[in-house]
Design a protein around this ligand. Sequence first.
Ligand code: UDP
Length: 245
Amino acid sequence: MSVPFDTVNILNVPFIKTTNAGFVQQLQTDILAHRNRFVVTANPEILMYAREHPNYQQVLTQADYITPDGIGVIQGAQILGTPLPERITGYDTLLTLLEWGSQQHQRIFLLGAKPAVLKQVTTIVQRDYPGIVVAGARDGYYDDEQTVVDQIVAAQPDMVFVATGFPKQEFFIAEHRQRLDALWMGVGGSFDVIAGAVKRAPLFWQKHHVEWLYRLIQEPSRFKRMLVLPRYLRLVKKIARQQAH
Ligand code: UDP
């Protein structure tokens, strides 16, 4: 990583040690300078997936900034005795960049989600962030990846938001980012949240660190995915004990 931040290592993944404000400020500098940047917002699920999939781990090493998305990462850092200041989620970063991008008349490309969701997101972004230029948009259920990349390059966006979920979005960005100097960021299910298809937990749940429980109640099909959390915490605790010896 070409990092202007200190990092904290959790399961061999270096997380930037900064605040939301510090991170966004750095991104704004990068974007205005047209630097090629790859952002991963990682949670415990991603960390555990990377352990079992070396090709994904390899992709993570190519990211410029990896942020702690998910309370599990903050807890992990605490357990290891190297605390991180706060969560930096893909969703919050996306909204902050849209707000700033609107003032700066930045160009964006939206890639991901189902066609109807994407259409709604495009409308909402144009309505709520009128200064933004939506240079292009494409749903996440494409067959021909090359055509999608050509479409992005032709649109010449300053920021490319890829909302096709992990690991697909990170593989896509790592493979194609060299075609265009822009900010490339995976934002997972954020388009569904913007379109209102999935609700983000109210502040109360977020503040009490149970956003994951709220999401589980909304989407019970996520249960299997969440089973990875206790396994992750056990692993981090084991590493912390080994380090103590
Ligand atoms: N998605 C997509 N293309 C695919 C698979 C998924 O665009 O081939 C979209 C899906 O519609 C949803 C998002 O990717 O909007 C995945 O959301 P999820 O919350 O599962 O992602 P996470 O935040 O866990 O990475």
